[in-house]
Write a protein that binds this ligand. Structure first.
Ligand SMILES: [Zn+2]
Length: 262
């Protein structure tokens, strides 16, 4: 799969001749076809947030935590700008998993986020569906039906983000954070690392501020925390603003995923 990545990165940075572009495009196309074919007849058995290969923790014993916030692009979501500003002011790095639909709705906000040095932008998919190779559902949301749909779900938004920011996302979190075991393998083969979480910070932005606080106070070294950046009307921001300084006072340092996952 290295060839695929090399082709993609070369394609984006080198000023190619027309012939070279054609060769590279063909290479990318062939890699796409071979990944899709490789997973076209698999029979997944597992279906959860906890599949082997999904990264839920940073590989370190250092007293660090990774705060990850999703922006899902659902009908009525927006951006908790106070929270984002708070993180910047308090020098708390954060990884944002952003869905294609959200970027479409808020292109200016997205550009501002992508230029903020404390923020890492990662991929939360094209249509925010679970990563399945046979159309499994969870919470009433039907996942991708096959390897072609999963390819598009992951790669369309990765390409879109890269076109705007100049940086290709490294990590992918599916809509709902559900995966099957072959979807996980396919995501690696496409050159991305599937990411989950082990601290459920706001349960889909449904927690009260006190529940957010209690959830995060259970954090241990290397934990990946999930919460949401797209619901300023809910209590997530309030809870995070109260608990993050407490964790810092306990000696935790916040890091971006890319700082600890290569
Ligand atoms: Zn989401």
């Amino acid at each position: 799969m290295k060839k695929f990545l090399v082709a993609v990165s070369l394609f984006s940075v080198v000023a190619c001749s027309r012939e070279n572009v054609a060769v590279l495009e063909k290479g990318v196309k062939n890699e796409k076809i071979s990944v899709i074919e490789k997973y076209s007849n698999v029979k997944p058995n597992k279906w959860s947030e906890d599949i082997s290969g999904v990264v839920k923790k940073l590989p370190t014993t250092e007293k660090v935590l990774a705060l990850t916030l999703d922006a899902c692009g659902s009908k009525n979501d927006s951006l908790d700008e106070d929270l984002i500003e708070f993180l910047g002011k308090n020098q708390i790095p954060v990884t944002l998993f952003i869905n294609y639909r959200w970027i479409q709705k808020y292109p200016e906000k997205f550009e501002k986020l992508s230029k903020s040095p404390w923020i890492e932008i990662e991929n939360h998919g094209y249509s925010h569906v679970p990563a399945s190779l046979n159309g499994r559902s969870i919470y009433g949301i039907k996942g991708t039906s096959n390897s072609k749909e999963l390819f598009d779900e992951v790669v369309i938004n990765a390409d879109y983000i890269e076109n705007i920011t100049g940086r290709r996302p490294k990590f992918y979190r599916s809509g709902t954070a559900y995966y099957d075991e072959y979807a996980v393998k396919q995501i690696y083969d496409m050159g991305f690392i599937p990411v989950g979480f082990n601290i459920l910070g706001d349960a889909g932005a449904t927690y009260s501020a006190d529940q957010v606080k209690a959830a995060l106070l259970k954090s241990k070294a290397g934990d990946i925390i999930i919460a949401h950046a797209n619901h300023p009307e809910k209590q997530t921001g309030k809870g995070l603003k109260s608990v993050l300084p407490l964790l810092k006072a306990q000696g935790y340092r916040f890091v971006k995923l890319e700082d600890y996952l290569k």
